[in-house]
Design a binder for this molecule. Structure first.
Ligand code: ADP
Ligand code: MG
Length: 387
């Protein structure tokens, strides 16, 4: 799927050529999990998988939406009036792009309508942020066409607002910022407190390394409620420690902080994960900056153990990927994303990709599970205009 095909399909649907075609990637988080709602650090990079959108302006207050990947309506085109867009009024996929239009208008930007045709290669519901790719590609297109020229991080904020308020999904700021701001060959070191960011060189290919994304294709049903519980537990921890957010607990003070929490066993585990995870992000940043890419492997694996044992958001399928990959010679592995299913990442020598992939497939088959989908993810460009 390329820009030309997306533009052609747009023309078939709407009878005119689009004004432009834009792309926004999905992302994978290298390290920094469940830190974003604690004002902490994350480190995503952009996937080669992207949402593409062909878009034209309209002047009549109408938004027309079509996805190559999802049906709907008689010709598949959903038509909405901008003046009727309201939070939670829509539980279809169209809520994501409509929410972005709503958020832009709410922020005072004049949008008078649009025709949109979308097509995405980001797997949905795999923890790879197909939703953010969708939001960001629409936000960037409308920003370009209607001209507010907003900074990328502000576009990301508007997309987050679309997802939180309009769609009604309580997500942090990482996904949208990653899709909007990542750069090829780099990971994005993002401070979710003030959105300050640094591009950290992460040129796997040049070092003979590969990062595999292993999509378990399972999603355990209780994930939504568990996410809310972890979030509430972290807030409780911050309140008990008298800090605004767990980000404010320095790693050097972790033991003292845990001692203060006493027998609040659940909160102790959550705090230990968040504070140590922020430290792991900083360790990965300094290792990458000193060119020691292979040495991040054990830090990734340590992060998995913390998510599994302290934060308790892993699941047997994710643990199986990590254990099998490490046994097969991977340098490091961990679950990525919210947990309870979705994907794991595996850092490996390029020469070991086949062995790791095969071992993982065999382990799943031996456990009576459907083998996961495995693909290589080299750090790819963030959102951009194609035509
Ligand atoms: P994730 O972001 O991890 O992939 P989410 O549940 O946040 O999972 O978002 C997935 C939802 O985003 C889908 O259920 C669908 O509503 C929407 N979506 C993603 N990609 C597309 C697409 N190509 N076309 C239409 N809707 C999409
Ligand atoms: Mg999402």
């Amino acid at each position: 799927m390329g820009a030309e095909q997306v533009a052609e399909r747009f023309t078939q649907l709407y009878g005119t050529e689009p004004e432009g075609v834009w792309a926004a990637p999905g992302r994978v988080n290298l390290i920094g999990e469940h830190t974003d709602y604690n004002d902490g650090f994350v480190m995503p990079f952009a996937l080669p998988h992207q949402a593409l959108a062909a878009v034209s302006r309209r002047t009549d207050g109408v938004l027309r939406l079509h996805s190559a990947d999802i049906g709907g309506g008689s010709d598949g085109v959903t038509e909405l009036r901008l003046d009727t867009l309201a939070p939670r009024s829509d539980d279809n996929w169209t809520a994501y792009p409509a929410g972005v239009v709503w958020a832009l208008r709410e922020a005072g930007h004049e949008i008078t309508g649009a025709d949109v045709h979308l097509s995405s290669t980001v797997p949905t519901g795999a923890g790879l942020s197909s939703s953010a790719a969708l939001e960001v590609v629409i936000a960037l297109a409308l920003d370009d066409l209607y001209g507010p020229g907003l900074p990328r991080r502000q576009l990301a904020r508007l997309c987050q607002r679309a997802e939180n308020v309009y769609v009604g999904a309580p997500t942090g700021i990482m996904d949208q910022t990653a899709s909007a701001c990542c750069a090829q060959g780099h990971a994005l070191f993002l401070d979710t407190r003030d959105l300050s960011q640094r591009q950290i060189p992460f040129d796997l290919a040049a070092e003979g390394l590969r990062l595999l994304v292993v999509d378990t294709q399972v999603k355990h049903a209780h994930s939504g409620g568990e996410y809310g519980k972890r979030r509430a537990g972290c807030e409780q921890g911050a309140a008990l420690l008298g800090v605004g957010a767990l980000r404010d607990v320095p790693y050097a003070d972790l033991d003292a902080a845990l001692a203060r929490l006493g027998d609040e066993e659940e909160v102790v585990r959550l705090v230990r994960h968040v504070v140590s995870e922020n430290d792991r992000v900083e360790r990965v940043v300094s290792l990458l900056r000193s060119g020691d890419t292979r040495a991040i492997g054990p830090v990734l694996t340590e992060g998995h153990a913390s998510l599994r044992d302290d934060f308790r958001v892993s699941c047997p399928e994710l643990d199986l990927v990590v254990d099998t990959a490490l046994t097969a010679g991977a340098l490091g592995a961990r679950m990525t994303g919210g947990g309870f299913g979705g994907s794991a990442i595996v850092l490996t020598e390029a020469a070991d990709v086949d062995a790791v992939t095969k071992a993982t497939e065999e382990a799943f088959t031996a456990s009576g599970l459907t083998p996961p989908r495995v693909f290589e993810a080299l750090p790819s460009p963030g959102a951009h205009r194609l035509t």
